[in-house]
Design a protein around this ligand. Structure first.
Ligand SMILES: [Zn+2]
Length: 477
């Protein structure tokens, strides 16, 4: 089911109290008791956040809240609103947020105990945290389709684990304990990796909670920003990762042409330290039902609109290969995307090349853009971005540019990878025959069906400077 109706969201601030005495036993004179596996308070870790600290960040009606992020990206089709708490924990507690304490060590400590590993410790902690929410919310009424499951489009859950998020927190290098993640302060050494995770917590009324997002409550810059929760929640409703999943470090390719900043599911969740996450890529905006696509059956002029104009749509340009097509969209550096690239460029047109033959096989396995080697062989990206001036240049003996190589010349997005009209004719001109598949090295298309000339190409000329409305002219030959 496509997530096109706003969904209630429950945020759970989870504390870990292994001896179950209901109070924080951390003693600054004896921090080692938290890290000693034989101590009754091994893995004790209490949340720093209060519901009041989280409300505006996630549910604020104004400013750069997560609710407004989803509203902006989906043109008002989908967002997460605070789930009403049927039986509040205290007077005047904010909607949408619970504080839960479980009699368990933090999962990064629990996994070191007999009978547990990484996976089972996380599963146990998540299960018990979700189950402990049962008295406060009548979960059964959210099972809209009556299948006995409360799915994330019916009610989403984010667990904010006491302590820090591993991926966005600098570990304390002075402190080193095998049994810890070496979190930055003595009372909070254990950390979690952000995940979207299945669970099977049985709730009153005979319903099960089946999937949650699980992250730390803090990172190096302070309370966890909205980028990582927005990314994990997008997974919950069906989005896939757009970075190199399952590629061992030794096999990583420098400059593998990922969407990077241009998708929430690649690096876009980290922009502005997670305060200004980028939208999801247009392929998934269409896939999730958050944007319209318009098909360019004929060559000629088309007008594209920015997201904040309220008229955003994606132009789909078919090619002679039924599985391959191009997508064109306007991405401006405004609203949540104000930090899309470094520097002062305004944004412009972004061009993508989609290959459904790749996506049929790899999208749902979260590997449609990965540089891994399934079966010993890399495949092209099913969701490839054609950024301007980012790819390595192949030149002739005299140093004249011929075409682009398969990978980026640098690791990070440059200031101005957009296409737009300007005094420099080069900024507005796209020629597919200069770009190739990252694995196949095949120019213009990854495959040419029988009877199609290998000289087939798509030319796109952008006719306007960056703006809410940008015309392009396309020609296939
Ligand atoms: Zn992810």
């Amino acid at each position: 089911m496509k997530p096109i109706h706003p969904a209630p969201l429950l945020i759970v601030i989870a504390s870990f109290d292994p001896n179950g005495n209901g109070k924080n036993d951390y003693d600054p004179a004896h921090p080692e008791l938290l890290y000693d596996k034989t101590s009754p308070i091994y893995g004790e870790q209490w949340a720093i956040s209060k519901p009041e600290d989280c409300y505006e960040r996630f549910f604020g009606e104004s400013g750069f809240s997560m609710m407004n992020y989803y509203k902006e990206m989906t043109l008002g089709k989908f967002w997460f609103y605070p789930v009403p708490i049927d039986h509040p924990q205290r007077e005047n507690a904010p909607e949408g947020i619970l504080e839960i304490t479980v009699p368990l060590p933090h999962p990064a400590a629990l996994r070191n105990l007999e009978g547990y590993n990484n996976e089972t410790a996380a599963a146990k902690a998540i299960h018990d945290i979700v189950a402990a929410c049962d008295p406060y919310i009548d979960f059964a009424k959210y099972d809209k389709n009556g299948d006995g499951l409360v799915t994330p489009d019916e009610l989403a859950i984010v667990i904010l684990n006491a302590g820090y998020d591993r991926a966005s927190t600098k570990a304390d290098e002075e402190f080193s304990k095998i049994v810890c993640e070496n979190g930055p302060i003595p009372s909070h050494r254990f950390m979690v990796h952000g995940t979207s995770q299945p669970t099977d917590a049985e709730m009153s009324g005979g319903v099960k909670i089946v999937r949650v997002s699980n992250i730390g409550e803090y990172n190096s810059t302070g309370p966890i920003t909205i980028g990582t929760p927005a990314h994990e929640l997008a997974h919950n409703v069906g989005a896939q990762d757009m970075y190199c999943r399952y590629t061992p470090p030794a096999e990583q390719v420098f400059g593998w042409p990922l969407p990077l900043n241009f998708s929430l599911m690649s690096w876009g969740n980290h922009l502005g330290s997670g305060t200004r996450p980028a939208y999801i890529d247009p392929y998934q905006r269409i896939y999730l039902g958050w944007a319209e696509e318009i098909t360019a059956e004929k060559d000629g002029e088309y007008t594209l609109f920015s997201t904040l104009s309220g008229k955003y749509s994606v132009l789909k340009i078919p090619t002679p290969d039924p599985d391959e097509y191009f997508l064109c969209e306007v991405r401006l550096k405004e609203g949540f995307e104000s930090q899309l690239t470094p520097g002062d460029s305004k944004g412009g047109v972004i061009i993508w090349q989609i290959d459904e033959a790749i996506n049929r096989e790899w999208f749902l396995k979260a590997q449609c853009v990965s540089s891994n080697l399934p079966g010993g062989k890399r495949h092209d990206l099913g969701n490839a971005i054609r950024l301007r001036n980012m790819f390595t240049e192949i030149t002739d003996e005299d140093g004249h540019f011929i075409k682009y190589g398969p990978c980026y010349k640098e690791k990070n997005i440059t200031e101005d990878p957009f296409f737009y009209a300007s005094d420099d004719a080069g900024t507005g001109h796209f020629d597919s025959s200069l770009y190739c598949g990252a694995a196949s090295g095949s120019y213009s298309l990854n495959r040419f069906p029988e009877g199609v000339s290998p000289d087939w190409k798509l030319i796109i000329d952008v006719l306007d400077a960056p703006g809410a409305e940008m015309r392009i002219r396309i020609k296939r030959s």
